[in-house]
Design a protein around this ligand. Structure first.
Ligand code: NAD
Length: 380
């Protein structure tokens, strides 16, 4: 992996600093040479590791002057659409952080551009697709050893420090982040599509701001909920934040192939958790994504159960997904290997989340059939 590859960043925040540091470890020939960001939250971290990208005030001028091999988009979610448009007008390959965009309208607009682009010109940072336990679980599911998948449950629960950060960061406002579910759980809804090999056709959901309210202000010790630094458009208020996003959400889903599922997310839980339980006719699969552990149990009681452990169970770096995604990205950019998730699947995950938010807002079951018909027509 020694071909030089020059990156320019549109938005150089905390996330892209993390991705760039892992990329530089697996592929030293890849370097970040420029960025456009009015207040780059990730720059100091890059500088501590000897990287000195050049600052540009105007993103278009940067792309014209630098002519980068790759553009990385790490701005807040509401800017992804305009940054994708800019990057697509250059010759560069593109890495865009998840979610691809923030609204259904933007998803369709961007899909109409991306359907005409070569495979993997645009890749999306759905980092859990690179997690070894996820790859192993999906391989088992695709081998058919579960029989027909009948139903599943999944969750993502955040520890209180993380929940407090979401309350103080730009993500607390729908106009920047989209929604709690979109910013935090589009990974999970993408993975449920991968497990079922399908997409939801009906979704019901309830979402609420139930934790971070004045009624629970006694929990605030002034330190815990502010231990993660907030950045662009941040605030220090937690239990009385000027926020319009949920902090808790549940979903019920029916997939196109008949699989039934539930998803539950709460942003104030000890210990934090991210897990699946998938029940098939021949076997069940339990996956702890944080611990990197998978348990396979045959339904007949006679077949062989299996437990597999990936990594050392430490939860740093998204339980090892960050270095794994850096290897996948370097292999895609330097060797032409396929990235583990396509931009079309990333858009489908976003649209799934948006339908769940629509169901929660309207208090109705949303039928996604017309949405997928319209979406699929763009890719034929
Ligand atoms: N894949 C993951 O696991 C993961 C994890 C965290 C964040 N993310 C995603 O990464 C993106 C960035 O999140 P973050 O946590 O780094 O946030 P952040 O607040 O640390 O970074 C956002 C950056 O965008 C910059 N910015 C604001 N306005 C801009 C503009 N007009 N032009 C250019 N830059 C601008 C800010 O100054 C800041 O440096 C989001 O889309 C988020 O959803 C993904």
């Amino acid at each position: 992996m020694s071909v030089p590859l020059r990156i320019a960043c549109l938005g150089l925040g905390q996330r892209l600093a993390q991705v760039l540091l892992h990329l530089s470890r697996v592929a030293p020939s890849i370097s970040c040479v420029a960025y456009a960001d009015p207040n780059p939250a990730g720059l100091a971290r890059l500088e501590r590791h000897g990287m000195r990208p050049r600052s540009y005030a105007d993103p278009e001028a940067m792309l014209r002057a630098v002519r980068p091999d790759a553009v990385m988009i790490g701005s807040p979610n509401h800017l992804h659409r305009q940054h994708l448009e800019l990057a697509l007008a250059s010759d560069a390959r593109i890495f865009c952080e998840k979610p691809v965009v923030r609204t259904e309208e933007e998803s369709f607009e961007v899909a109409s551009w991306l359907a005409r682009e070569p495979q993997d010109r645009v890749v999306v940072g759905l980092v859990l697709r690179s997690l070894p336990v996820v790859a192993a679980a999906l391989a088992r599911i695709r081998s058919g050893c579960l029989g027909s998948i009948i139903s599943l449950e999944a969750n993502e629960h955040l520890h209180p420090e993380h929940g407090g950060y979401l309350r103080r960061d730009w993500r607390r406002l729908r106009r920047f982040g989209g929604s709690y579910l979109l910013d935090k759980c589009c990974h999970d809804l993408d993975l449920l599509n991968a497990i079922t090999g399908s997409r939801p056709v009906r979704i019901a959901s309830f979402a609420a701001n139930r934790i971070f309210t004045p009624a629970h202000a006694h929990l605030d010790d002034g330190v815990r909920y502010r231990s993660w630094p907030s950045g662009w458009s941040g605030s220090e208020r937690v239990f009385d934040a000027a926020a319009d996003t949920a902090d808790t959400q549940v979903l019920a889903l029916e997939y196109g192939n008949g699989v039934l599922g539930t998803f539950h997310s709460n942003s104030h839980v000890v210990p934090p958790r991210r897990a699946w339980f998938v029940a098939g006719t021949e076997a069940a699969l339990a996956v702890d994504l944080r611990a990197g552990r998978l348990e396979f149990t045959p339904a007949d009681g006679a077949g062989e159960s299996a437990t597999e452990q990936f990594g050392d169970g430490r939860t740093a770096d998204h339980s090892g997904a960050d270095p794994a995604m850096a290897r996948d990205l370097a292999a895609t950019w330097l060797e032409g290997a396929p990235f583990p998730v396509s931009v079309r699947q990333a858009l489908e995950a976003g649209l799934t989340v948006m339908a769940a938010d629509q169901a929660a807002a309207a208090g109705t079951v949303v039928d996604l059939t017309p949405l997928w018909k319209r979406f699929d027509a763009l890719w034929t």
